[in-house]
Design a protein around this ligand. Sequence first.
Ligand code: FE2
Length: 290
Amino acid sequence: METLGFFPFDSPSTSSGSLRVRMTFMKILAIGDIFGQPGREAIAALLPKIIAEHNIDFVIANAENAAGGRGLTPKVADELLSYPIDVMTAGNHIWEHDALHPYFDIHPILRPINVIERLPGRGWLTKSKKGLNVAVVCLQGQIFMEDKGPAVSNPFRMMEAVLPEMKQKSDLVIVDFHAEATSEKRALAWFLDGKITGLFGTHTHVQTADAEIMPGGTAYISDLGMTGPHASVIGLEADTAIKRFLTGERKHFKVAKDDVRLEGVIIDIDEKTRRPTSIERLQIKHSPPL
Ligand code: FE2
């Protein structure tokens, strides 16, 4: 397992070694958008090793591009459900395959909570691990997302409306904010800082270098990155993407193959205070056997 990057950010108040010894942690791994077959192969090969190496307790993965780079099918969901993933989040592409709709009721697969249209599925759920109820929320942004799937309502107002119930029913609240604009993600993080445990962005497929524990105590990163082929244009073969920009032709869609990585973050949460103490960025290369 070749680690390309491992970037810890410790909360200044908990970075002392002696203090850490007395603390026990809930460790949450959040995995950036799984893209196509290369992404799924990286999950199959690397996820068990990461869980063992970092003592991970809870795994959240964005799976909205796991089937051929667009959407999620029942077959691909079945494959991902066979791996140790606790909750799958999504975004605008989750509406590509209607056959997935029955899965929303029987599996831990979320769709954006703030979709305006009456559509199947749920936008948040809670799952218990180590005696803690973890609420996971799938929320979609509005900025530059206008032509990307069904319209969504204001994510700030949505969180304001649903947070009291989430906090009543859970010990930790983790939000996957599936959005394009860094400004919208950072603004929402400040809006929710101290009110939720963690907020990570997805959708852009490029990991940002701003992982931090915010002043109010919320763990944050603007984007987790992508679990898929990085010798690409956000997962798409570069030639295909360039042709799209040159000609406007959008019917061809070819998933790239090379430089496959698993990207995401690990958030350590003090089980006693239920507050995050560190957030570490992960970039791990997947080298398939020859
Ligand atoms: Fe997306």
